[in-house]
Ligand binder design. Structure first.
Ligand code: PLP
Length: 464
């Protein structure tokens, strides 16, 4: 399997190199040159498989022989064996023909564990084989940081630096990052917002000269292809559990950087019968506005009850545009340049294609709270605010009630206590593996939002 850049000018890479790369050298994102295809018969034959075995079947063609099958199997078994629910990704019913796919049974209670627990183990394997050490640098608005640290904490060949906006992540989220023990783990609280942290990470990837020696930076945000790949699996798993592939399913996906829903689009292209794919956003609704009006326009960041979806631009949407624009790297390089600098109107035929693929809806904080309390009153089931936005979008855009509608349950409600309390409900208890979270010692360093200060801190603390 070969990987190509969305902007057409960077070298073609294999899986192992893509794993160790952030942005492509031309500024684009890597995508597979072709997608593995599964026939309905082949998908039907996967019905009996437990999550880890299904994951191996879906992931193996993407790895393309870079990791021996037996090793890959062991890595996948270990990854999903660390989840607190035997089914790994169980489906819960919340209304007639309406479901939540629970993706929060991993160690850090959000769907990002599906990709980052795997990514950490894959990196460890590859780096051990190459006898190489790397530096992970990432910015988080909350969920990515803890999942990345948890996934990489055992890796002897990785130093990991995670930047979070000081005082702008929930206490549970902060403690999940800052209480993980390890000499190779550094949490940096930036005196600024998420965009400041993200901008420093971007600049550091662009010019890695501040790192000494032969070290390089590896990305853990969803520009890393392996994250998208791991997320394709649970679309197959949920469909197969509800009668697929002989029934179509629809999915509603709480969306920020467009990683999770892009994985759903790929599952569909690989042969899984999917009817609707719904983009669910909070008030940071650039994608909902794009699908409903055809106009791509950046707006100021809003802080909402669903902070993991508080974004200005959606980085993975570039991968979708690449397909919409018939995989023409030159056209895309020009389009991305324009989208970065000005308001852009999508060509009518491209917009029509996007609307065939996606429905969309946005919810503000008031709607989010109402959905949390409505669903709790109707079923006794507590949604986290991100999932609630997914349920809202599912209900307002659904075009066929006979098709099961599955909302991706992206986080456990305990991570977002303020939103639960705002909905007039009591915050749930921490699951038993995190029960002592508030007693654990925290370790983090507060730094100003200055690139050179952050880079010197990293250079000084990289091992060796
Ligand atoms: C990251 C995250 C999202 C958004 O996922 P994307 O892949 O960035 O679209 C939604 N909900 C939660 C809880 C998250 O942590």
């Amino acid at each position: 399997m070969k990987y190509i850049s969305t902007r057409g000018q960077a070298p073609t890479l294999n899986f192992e190199d893509v794993l160790l790369t952030g942005l492509a050298s031309d500024g684009g994102l890597y995508v597979p040159e072709t997608l593995p295809q599964f026939s309905l018969d082949e998908i039907r034959a996967m019905r009996e498989l437990p999550y880890n075995e299904l994951a191996f079947k879906i992931v193996q063609p993407f790895v393309g022989g870079c990791i021996a099958d037996a090793d890959l199997k062991a890595i996948i078994d270990d990854t999903y064996g660390s989840f607190a629910h035997k089914a790994v990704a169980p489906v819960t019913q919340i209304d007639h023909n309406e479901y939540v796919l629970e993706l929060f049974h991993g160690p850090t209670l959000a769907f990002k564990d599906f990709a980052l627990q795997l990514l950490g183990r894959l990196l460890d394997h590859v780096l051990e084989k190459r006898q190489e050490r790397v530096v992970i640098m990432g910015a988080t608005s909350g969920d990515t940081g803890s999942a990345a640290i948890e996934g990489c904490k055992r890796c002897n060949n990785i130093d990991i630096f995670i930047l979070h906006p000081h005082n702008r992540v929930s206490e549970v989220q902060r403690r999940q990052m800052t209480t993980i023990e390890g000499d190779n783990i550094y949490n940096i609280a930036i005196e600024g917002n998420f965009d400041d942290a993200q901008a420093m990470v971007k600049a550091s990837f662009g010019d890695q000269g501040f790192l000494r020696g032969e070290r390089r930076l590896v990305a853990v945000n969803s520009i890393n292809w392996a994250r998208i790949m791991a997320q394709i699996v649970y679309y197959f798993y949920a469909s197969l559990n509800l009668g697929g592939p002989d029934r179509k399913m629809s999915y509603s996906v709480p969306t920020g950087n467009f990683g999770d829903i892009f994985a759903g689009y790929l599952a569909k292209r690989m042969g899984l019968p999917i009817d609707q794919l719904v983009i669910a956003t909070n008030r940071n609704d650039i994608l909902h506005r794009l699908i409903s009006t055809g106009i791509y326009k950046k707006e100021a960041l809003e802080h909402t009850l669903s902070p993991s979806m508080d974004i200005v631009v959606s980085s993975n949407f570039e991968r979708m545009l690449f397909d919409l624009y018939d995989r023409d790297g030159n056209v895309l390089a020009d389009l991305m340049q324009r989208m970065n600098n000005e308001t852009v109107e999508l060509d009518a035929d491209k917009l029509a294609k996007a609307r065939e693929l996606y429905s969309s809806a946005a919810a503000d904080d008031e709607v989010t709270s109402k959905v949390i309390s409505d669903v709790f009153n109707d079923t006794g089931y507590l949604l986290d605010p991100h999932t609630a936005i997914g349920v809202h979008a599912a209900r307002t855009t659904r075009w066929n009630k006979d098709v099961p509608m599955i909302t991706l349950g992206t986080a456990h409600p305990v991570k977002f206590a303020p939103a639960i309390e705002k909905a007039g409900l009591a915050s749930p208890e921490l699951p038993h593996h995190l029960a002592d979270l508030f007693e654990r010692d925290e370790r983090y360093t507060v730094l100003p939002a200055e690139l050179t200060t952050v880079q010197s801190f990293i250079a000084d603390h990289v091992f060796g």
